[in-house]
Design a protein around this ligand. Sequence first.
Ligand SMILES: [Zn+2]
Length: 478
Amino acid sequence: MDICLLCDEPMHNKPNLGIALDPSKKYKHKEHIIQNAIGGRLKSSTILCEACGGILNTEIDIDFTKLFLPFTARINDLAKDRNAKANTRLQGTHIGSNKQVKYVSKTPVPLRPSREINDAEEKVTIYCPKDIIDNFRKSVNKELEEAHKQHYRIDEIYEFSQSEHVWISFSKDVKDFNDKWKMGFIKIATEFAYMHGVPKDQLIKTLDITAKKLIFSNNLHPFVPVTAIDHLLEYNRNIIERNYPSHTLHLYTQSYSEHDKHLICYVELFSTFQYYVVLTDTYNGPEVMQSYSQKIVTEKKIDLDIKELQPKELMQEARSFGINLSNAPDSSMEGVYDYFEKEFAKIQPVYELDLKKELSASLELLKMAILKANLPKSPSQYAGLNDELAAFIAKFSKEDRRKILLETFDFFYNNEDYIIERFRKLYFENDSNGNRDRISMIAKCIQIAAKDIKQVQDYGHEKFSFLSYFLNVQQNIE
Ligand SMILES: [Zn+2]
């Protein structure tokens, strides 16, 4: 019998429609482990009863997912139609001028009129939406006249270039932002662990069994890249990761000594917001390693008019969708066409990703990009690799590039499982005797945050601007 994470009651299947519910019973419901409103697709009916699901939804999910509205609104628009009309809800700050902007047909436009007078250069810059710039210019001219500055040069900016960086407004004006933020991550991590069979009484850092509440206990730690490979990957995620932006969960045990075992869930949302949640620092159970990863942007189903296909194309198309036409119960030509059509209708877009495959693909691309950067002149086999990435890699010294390259080979020599075993968990450092030390990545991240919180904040801002850039610009270049 499945027991509810929160109220500790056994959960029953809901009776069929028309049959009365028993008010003394708790009923199962499908709980989204990553919130539905931010595109989460992983569901389980063994975590929370319907009543407790409702409570956590009100207490945590509604506020938490609102924080992501600037992104989800944009992503939903993308999913509906890549050429969606202006999304006026989306606002932000233009980095160069520090002006508030709104979006009009993908172009950042000053939100309200303003002017900056530069007396040293005797010039005025006007920032103003085009439709009201005539009136605003008049008032600025008047102001200049009154100040005897009418000879100043006037520059007018009524829109910014699409390729310029804009911070999307996020979190600034939300009350209790930190509490809402933390509890959203705590909830995701706790539910993911419980779904994978971690007993409730082990989850001491996120669950108060007596009070029947999820809790925060200084157990949320921001991830920052520590290794050279992670630097390269994270600072180029939007061009390296083939399904960017994605959501990823990674639950694992970390042993510091025989009696010092932690259970940790790494939570990454939109490939951007990256945290470790420590579920317990006194774990005593079997080793755990569970991952989940998914795309976010909704995929349109491919439009295919099967009846229009030539018989020889039919075979090829069927194969590309993994449909075996020899399974058609009616082997006449018509029967085969009907079978294809029926099977094709069943295919739904797949959102779940194989984290191991995705990480391998990213590392492979990185490896190729380093090889390309190392070559004096790129031969055709490396053509087509992202130049931005190659340029980023070129900033590293030849010696560092060699080290990174060896590190990527290291992953592949040790077979692909190695990628997941190390993922966000540990890395190697040479000690003074030349031995390779296994270092806990979360411990290093906590150390960095304690020593230099600015480094953590700067990294967060960078990641944030990549996502903004992706949603504003990269996605719109057709
Ligand atoms: Zn319950």
